[in-house]
Design a protein around this ligand. Structure first.
Ligand code: FE2
Length: 322
């Protein structure tokens, strides 16, 4: 077996970052040969947004995308907070996830940053909308290729298939048709690791993954008998992540006066930066400057209320693009 430990590209800057509470990996990729040094983050976590953004700043990068592999159930995504702190960054998630984002991707799409790109592969099974992002194939792209598998494939494991539209049959097919068909030296970077592993390869997982290296029937039986606990963050994380982890509550009267009654982040970080809220019927975005009025928590744990902002709008529905 050929052993590979890192990828080489004269253009690619790559950093693997870790969030300890949910054991989540966030990945920073940038084209440092491009004058603007465009960068993207894969699976940012709300709690480590400040760390990630200060790294982006230190390295002189221009963050253009915050991308999720799927709607996470174990932590709150950082995309909403990143967008409030770094206006101009676009969030991306798969169309199949049905979650909110600025841009939606499907199998075969390419996410370009400078001369580099990530190719989208649909890998449902852990959730209906799971995708794997694979670095491009070509002379200036990373070699060996790198795949960000989310929870579809973990190092010597895989994500559970008993929630969020999961299906063990679908997951098996996804991994075998979309990940195990990549070159054997492709480096696989998962969304989590609980044992201290950081990276694996297609070849390694085809040989040693105790679930996915088995035949399909054995795999389905393993997944059926995992007897896992109910995910402790799922009731907070999934609704938040469907909405980029920013909750907007609003009311509108018949004249179309839209009152935002609450804008809150799903962790304890108050949002007190300018927020860009686009009302569909408005030709231009409206900037709100909400400020924290009290530390009092709202009716959902971890939410911080902010002062009411008012804006006149031609239409009551819907608020989007936050
Ligand atoms: Fe997940």
């Amino acid at each position: 077996m050929g052993i590979t430990t890192s990828s080489q590209s004269p253009k690619l800057l790559f950093r693997q970052l870790f969030e300890t509470e949910s054991s989540t990996y966030t990945y920073l990729l940038a084209d440092v040969s491009h004058p603007e040094k465009p960068a993207l983050l894969v699976d940012p976590v709300d709690k480590t947004v400040d760390r990630d953004l200060s790294l982006v700043k230190d390295l002189g990068l221009k963050l253009i995308y915050a991308i999720n592999t799927h709607v996470h159930a174990d932590h709150v995504t950082g995309t909403g907070l990143i967008k409030t702190k770094s206006p101009g960054v676009k969030s991306i998630i798969s169309k199949a996830s049905n979650a909110k984002a600025d841009l939606f991707v499907e199998a075969g799409d390419k996410i370009r940053f400078g001369d580099l790109f990530l190719e989208v592969r649909a890998t449902p099974g852990h959730t209906v909308g799971c995708v794997t992002y694979v670095t491009g194939d070509g002379p200036n792209q990373a070699h060996p290729r790198m795949a960000f598998t989310g929870d579809a494939l973990l190092i010597r494991g895989c994500g559970r298939t008993d929630f969020q539209g999961g299906s063990s049959e679908q997951l098996y097919k996804s991994v075998h048709s979309q990940i195990f068909t990549l070159p054997k030296d492709t480096l696989l970077y998962p969304a989590h690791d609980y044992k201290g592993f950081t990276v694996t390869t297609v070849e390694e997982e085809m040989l040693y993954n105790p679930r996915l290296a088995k035949d399909e029937e054995t795999f389905k039986n393993i997944m059926k008998n995992l007897n896992l606990q109910y995910p402790k963050m799922i009731d907070v994380a999934v609704p938040a992540n469907m909405n980029q982890a920013i909750e907007i509550r609003w009311e509108a009267d018949i004249a179309g006066i839209c009152t935002i009654v609450q804008i809150a982040s799903a962790n304890r970080t108050p949002i007190c930066l300018p927020l860009q809220v686009v009302l569909v019927a408005c030709p231009k975005p409206i900037l709100f400057w909400p400020q924290v009025v009290s530390k009092q928590e709202s009716d959902r744990p971890g939410l911080v209320a902010v002062r009411t902002a008012r804006a006149r709008a031609g239409s009551m529905f819907p608020l989007n693009n936050l």
